[in-house]
Design a protein around this ligand. Structure first.
Ligand code: SAM
Length: 267
């Protein structure tokens, strides 16, 4: 099963369009996600394993794909994403040698259970699960595609990710952002019969030139909230940016705190 427009629920189709639009600029603005992919792969080093069949979900422009190809030279990697444009960026990035053992598929990660038939030794996704409506269903679906003993290496954002933005949004009656807690992940694991082998979280403070730059980075990376709520009118967005800038400025610029987590699950 693919991820062609006709088959997708409206919310997923909306997400797909956001990331199609972001595909060409995402790599240049996703410094935090690049860092996350590096940290995530380190979790696996504790295990010292060498999987033969690897599936990546939501590969984006390939921050994690590149590391997986380098780390597992004997493995076949199936790179998937909801967005064709993103897949194309990863394909270009890997090129040459890597490309010979990498396969590509446009796939909705919320339907991984029915969208694929194969089973994998390792499934990986970085900075993708925050876009899924139903984490337990996703984790259960991933569990169905893992071989016994297989692993799911996954990173996401915590519920208190970008707290400065959540505070500013609250002043405009917009609910706080996307993300999952460790407890939510643990519950999803136990419902799916998976074991949480390792979990780490961190804060990554960043400074942007001004609030406009920070919001532009979010937009360029495809992060958009609708259809969970209504889009902000242009006037309200300008007021939000002003409010954010005033509340989070220092002599160096405007601050934002990213809060990712990293986990290794085992079947
Ligand atoms: C924030 S980017 C992360 C990309 C990459 N993994 C990285 O570390 O930079 C999120 C990616 O997940 C993809 N995505 C979002 N929802 C998805 C879904 N339901 N199924 C598959 N991919 C999805 C987007 O197209 C985008 O490429």
């Amino acid at each position: 099963m693919g991820a062609g427009p006709a088959m997708l629920p409206v919310a997923i189709r909306y997400r797909q369009l956001s990331f199609e639009r972001a595909a060409r600029r995402y790599d240049a603005v996703s410094e935090v996600q690049r860092l996350m992919a590096r940290r995530l792969v380190k979790l696996l080093q504790l295990e010292g394993e060498s999987p033969r069949h690897v599936l990546e979900l939501g590969c984006g422009t390939g921050h994690l794909s590149e590391l997986l190809v380098g780390k597992f030279p004997g493995a076949r990697l199936l790179c998937t994403d909801l967005s064709r444009g993103m897949l194309e960026q990863t394909r270009r990035r890997l090129g040459g040698d890597g490309a010979r053992r990498v396969h590509w598929l446009q796939l909705d990660a919320s339907r991984v259970r029915d969208g694929l038939r194969a089973r994998f030794d390792l499934i990986a996704s970085s900075a993708m699960v925050q876009w899924l409506d139903d984490l337990p269903a996703h984790v259960d679906g991933v569990g169905q595609r893992l071989r016994p003993g297989g692993r799911y290496l996954v990173s996401g954002f915590a519920t208190d990710n970008l707290p400065e933005l959540a505070l500013a949004l609250a002043r405009f009656d917009v609910a706080p952002g996307i993300g999952h807690s460790r407890e939510q992940l643990e519950r999803a694991c136990s419902a799916a019969g998976l074991r949480l082998v390792a979990f780490q979280s961190e804060s990554i403070p960043r400074v942007y030139r001004d609030a406009r730059e920070f919001f532009e980075v979010l937009r360029a990376m495809g992060a958009s909230r609708y259809p969970g709520g209504s889009p902000l009118a242009p006037g309200a967005l300008r007021a939000l940016m002003r409010d954010y800038g005033e509340g989070n400025a220092s002599a160096h610029g405007v601050h934002a705190t990213w809060r990712p987590w990293y986990a290794l699950l085992s079947r």
